[in-house]
Ligand binder design. Structure first.
Ligand code: UDX
Ligand code: ADP
Length: 464
């Protein structure tokens, strides 16, 4: 088996950054180069201030401090990275297409294709290419075809190694994964490549947690895992609407069903709706793939998970409007949280963006406080939707650096992200700063309702 001495990872984002940091930490004998076309991002990864790394993940800066410039390097020299490597990971972004065929559903593979072409052009000796990006099925085949048809006689083995880390717990998930999935060809060289990658992970992951499959199973397992997880959230969120109409409490229902070992307790937290870079994108991909094989019922089945999620975000915004005497026009709504979940600065597909957009339709004034998300990111997220002009967004939405500033003369507080710190705020002070009646819309069911009601707040929950 070929011993891996040099790894190159193309893409220094939420997946590539943490994954390579952990691989470098656990394999001091391997040199790991992370390359990216975005020079600012690479400069930030190389910056002296570890609190300003481009990605916030608990535990990440400590690992970067330990490995950077020892066996972990960040660079914009993609060609050199490829040339030096025995194994190349592709961790570039695969956003949903915003144009042409499959618009709004299919994944845009242009970044992957660009990488493949560059690898084919630069590589002078045999390489193992690992697809790490969240990808739809059939990508390995596309990669193979580009590499084989444009390369200069060099032999490539393509592996699928889907990412199961969740943001906010990426380091934890990487250090102790439930499983590592490695898909590859069932040929002699395919097996050698799978074994080479298995040995990289084998430095810290128990052997029985490393699963080798064929490429198709590996790629489809990624979409299936995300579809099942998202489906659980949409299922409990569907019940939350029913709970609000009855005397049932969704947290009690979730606890009761979660204790059934056949169902299990995880991913049953009802919320304002799931976000993140994976769930929606992967399900839309699944829908697109099912449709393209003529499996309309299968496509409809999974699409319903997305429809329910959109409904949940809309329902939350509608509740804010309804409980504000049916108008939020000119009213100040304080948003606690903008990230799609706690412990990350990532905002992709965050429910907060859509709730804010609906409230802007009603001409609300929004003041946002999030512990980790930048002001520019918040404006960029809203502008990206293209439903309100940049001027309107900048005049109606303010971003502040303290929760207490956010609530000054606010009509309502809406909790969009479950950051731990929100629970421990001085809620008496918040009550004093707000206009009355002081409404709190807890989109994550994290606040202490009884205590807040004791202070005079009117508290609205999801599914209660
Ligand atoms: C997800 C998958 O968990 C991970 O395996 C995959 O590799 C990438 O996609 P991520 O998007 O980082 O990870 O976060 P996750 O923890 O899955 O949360 C996704 C969204 O669901 C968040 O908005 C979260 O707040 C929401 N959520 C999660 C709920 O609303 N309720 C829950 O019970 C769990
Ligand atoms: P993910 O969550 O999948 O990691 P990110 O957007 O955080 O997604 O990271 C993807 C990274 O890939 C970005 O930093 C982007 O600049 C980089 N990238 C995209 N295309 C290329 C390319 N052809 N060559 C090098 N880097 C690329």
């Amino acid at each position: 088996m070929k011993e891996i001495k040099n790894i190159c990872c193309i893409g220094a984002g939420y997946v590539g950054g943490p994954t390579m940091a952990v691989i470098a930490l656990k394999n001091p004998q391997i040199k790991v180069n992370i390359v990216d076309i975005n020079a600012d991002r690479i400069a930030a990864w190389n910056g002296d201030d570890l609190d300003k790394l481009p990605i916030y993940e608990p535990g990440l800066k400590e690992i970067v401090a330990e490995t950077r410039n020892k066996n972990l390097f960040f660079s914009t020299d993609i060609s050199k990275g490829i040339d030096d490597a025995d194994m190349i990971f592709i961790s570039v972004n695969t956003p949903t297409k915003t144009y042409g065929k499959g618009k709004g559903q299919a994944a845009d593979l242009k970044y992957i294709e660009l990488c493949a072409r560059q690898i084919a052009e630069v590589a002078k000796d045999d390489k193992i290419v690992v697809e790490k990006s969240t990808l739809p099925v059939r990508t390995a085949e596309a990669l193979k075809s580009i590499l084989e048809n444009t390369g200069n006689g060099v032999k490539f083995e393509i592996l699928s190694n889907p990412e199961f880390l969740a943001e906010g717990t990426a380091v934890e998930d990487l250090l102790a994964p439930d499983r590592v999935l490695i898909g590859g060809d069932n040929t002699v060289t395919g097996q050698e490549a799978k074994d080479a990658l298995t040995s990289v992970y084998g430095s810290w992951v128990p052997k029985d947690r490393i699963l080798q499959t064929n490429v198709w199973s590996s790629e489809l397992s990624k979409l299936t895992a995300n579809a099942f997880l998202a489906q659980r959230i949409s299922s409990i969120n569907a019940m939350s609407a029913l709970c609000e109409e009855t005397e049932a409490d969704v947290d009690e229902v979730a606890k009761a069903i979660g204790m059934d070992t056949r169902i299990g307790a995880k991913f049953l937290k009802s919320s304002v709706g799931f976000g993140g870079s994976c769930f929606q994108k992967d399900i839309l991909n699944l829908v697109y793939i099912a449709k393209s094989y003529g499996l309309q019922e299968v496509a409809d089945y999974w699409e319903q998970v997305i429809i329910l999620n959109d409904y949940q975000k809309r329902r939350f915004a509608d509740k804010i409007i309804r409980e504000s005497y049916n108008t939020v026009n000119g009213k100040r709504i304080a948003f606690f949280g903008w990230a799609f979940k706690k412990d990350t600065n990532d905002t992709r597909e965050s429910a907060a963006i859509y709730v804010a957009d609906y409230l802007l339709d009603e001409q609300a004034d929004i003041v946002v406080y999030d512990p980790k998300v930048s002001t520019e990111q918040i404006y960029a997220d809203l502008e990206y939707l293209n439903t309100h002009s940049a001027e309107e967004i900048r005049s109606r939405v303010k971003v502040v650096s303290s929760p207490y500033e956010a609530v000054e003369k606010a009509h309502a507080v809406a909790v969009l992200t479950e950051w731990d710190e929100f629970v421990t705020y001085d809620w008496e002070k918040i009550y004093d700063e707000m206009l009355k009646p002081a409404n709190v819309f807890d989109g994550r069911n994290i606040l202490k309702k009884d205590q807040l009601e004791g202070l005079g707040f009117k508290v609205f929950n999801i599914g209660k």
